[in-house]
Ligand binder design. Structure first.
Ligand code: SF4
Ligand code: SF4
Length: 128
């Protein structure tokens, strides 16, 4: 199984507890969250629309909502990607182990999560 995931979605998957923009989005998140936990899954990282965005009602002609919002979201991705190897596909389990080691305090994710509309509900953020 191969997944394409944008940088900040690595954190969102860790905090996912069933909330989302609509039913199709949530169903897709559940599916991807299960797949990323399989040892046979590999992940290609990106700073653009990914396997989560493709089921999102906010995806608009390939970008997130509009130019301004998309720029903000790409900035969140890059905060994550700059701390990871983005040159090749990675085993999903190993990748998420690295994420656990790097993003483990509120300070380490402040540029990513502090302005996110979900941060009060997000289990990942709340546990930091
Ligand atoms: S607070 Fe928002 S950006 Fe951060 S992990 Fe949770 S859902 Fe993702
Ligand atoms: S389109 Fe935007 S809001 Fe929707 S999943 Fe992708 S980054 Fe998140």
């Amino acid at each position: 199984m191969k997944l394409v995931l944008r940088g900040h979605h690595l954190l969102c998957l860790k905090g996912f507890q069933g909330y989302g923009y609509d039913e199709a989005f949530v169903r897709n998140m559940v599916d991807i969250n299960a797949k990323r936990k399989l040892d046979t899954t590999t992940v290609t990282l990106t700073n653009s629309a990914d396997d989560i965005c493709k089921a999102c009602p906010n995806l608009n002609e390939g970008i997130c909502e509009n130019e301004d919002q998309n720029k903000r979201i790409v900035g969140m991705d890059e905060e994550v990607l700059k701390k990871l190897d983005i040159t090749e596909e990675q085993n999903a389990i190993e990748l998420f182990k690295k994420v656990d080691l790097i993003f483990n305090t509120k300070e380490s994710v402040c540029e990513i999560c502090s302005n996110c509309m979900w941060h009060e509900k997000c289990l990942f953020y709340r546990k930091l």
